[in-house]
Design a protein around this ligand. Structure first.
Ligand SMILES: *Cc1c(COP(=O)(O)O)cnc(C)c1O
Length: 338
């Protein structure tokens, strides 16, 4: 058996999704006349409570176009130290947008202290970059950050005249976990990006949500960044299928993560935190640092070495969860003896 837990991006389109892709009506989306793309953009906007949305090839490009729409050259955005837009997108905001990131240290629960946030907003002075935007992420490292933090941080940003963006690559993992309507979380922000290609199971695609005016700018940046696509309804159809069929079932992945964590409880040399959504993190003792490689040899793919990340998703069954737990126990026990 091979179980790929490196990411929820590894999900593959199933027969029904492929069928929807094959049947999709298409047009040239750069001219705005792909009906499947237009339907997806409208239905996502309606679902999340925005005026509109825009289909992108990737989440990275989606976030970058958002940052470039909010911030001009020499502006800055506030972001947490470990946020994807800051640490995992090649520094795109700075490299391609001339936007200065102001990374902020995190609290142990993944939030940012409001006092730290407020202190990072620069006064208007020629010495400083102009602070324009607060970008948050939810889920963050597989953790659903509480709605109260999202409310307070965005309210603070608004009070201080900043725009707010949510990197919601795993937005629906957060809303399913928090038990809130998508609109409740999304409308705290001026713009939101969501990935269709992670736990939702589409082969590619992200959506950026915002006002009509904001999306006019974002659409232009999408073109500049090379993200204007043509008969892309075949991908949008997969995204539509994902939104229609794969949102509520994210709770299954969350349950699988809890099942896996509890099956590993008490295992010597392996510290497992209680999972919040679809990720299980294993902090392994130095003696067990070869665990990831040992698992790979047994067909269980993970990422990391001393901190292993296991991501549950659409293509992992309950039976495979049990298999993974058994293999981890066996390999950890074997390594502990050597
Ligand atoms: C995956 C991810 C993105 C976007 O990644 P792409 O691979 O470019 O689609 C953005 N933010 C977070 C938090 C992510 O996990």
């Amino acid at each position: 058996m091979r179980v790929d837990l490196r990411s929820d991006t590894v999900t593959r389109p199933g027969p029904a999704m492929r069928e929807a892709m094959a049947r999709a009506e298409v047009g040239d989306d750069v001219f705005g006349d792909d009906p499947t793309v237009n339907r997806l953009q409208a239905s996502a906007a309606e679902r999340l409570g925005f005026e509109g949305s825009l289909f992108f090839p990737s989440g990275t490009q989606c976030n970058l176009a958002a940052l470039m729409s909010w911030c001009q050259r020499g502006d800055e955005y506030l972001v947490s130290q470990d946020a994807h837009t800051y640490s995992h997108e090649g520094g795109g905001a700075a490299v391609l947008g001339s936007i200065q990131p102001q990374p902020l240290e995190l609290e142990p629960d993944g939030t940012i202290a409001l006092s730290r946030l407020e202190a990072a907003i620069k006064p208007r002075d020629d010495h400083f970059a102009r602070t324009r935007l607060l970008a948050l992420e939810n889920t963050f490292g597989g953790r659903a950050l509480p709605l109260t933090f999202m409310r307070e941080a965005t309210a603070l940003a608004r009070r201080r005249g900043l725009a707010t963006h949510l990197d919601g690559a795993r937005f629906f993992n957060a809303t399913v976990k928090l038990g809130v309507e998508p609109k409740t979380l999304a409308t705290l922000f001026d713009s939101v990006s969501i990935c269709l290609s992670k736990g939702l199971g589409a082969p590619a695609g992200s959506l950026l949500l915002g006002t009509r005016d904001f999306l006019k700018d974002a659409r232009r940046w999408r073109k500049v960044l090379g993200g204007g696509m043509r008969q892309v309804g075949v991908l949008a159809a997969a995204g539509q299928y994902a939104l229609d069929h794969h949102v509520e079932r994210l709770a299954v992945d969350h349950q699988h993560a809890r099942d896996l964590a509890s099956a590993l409880a008490g295992l010597e040399g392996v510290q497992v935190d209680e999972p919040s959504t679809n990720m299980v993190w294993l902090r392994v003792s130095s003696q067990l640092e070869g665990l990831g490689a040992a698992l790979e040899a047994r067909g269980v793919l993970t990422t990391g070495t001393s901190l292993l990340r296991l991501v549950l998703h659409l293509d992992v069954s309950a039976e495979q969860v049990q298999f993974v737990a058994r293999v981890i126990r066996e390999e950890a026990t074997r390594l502990a003896r050597t």
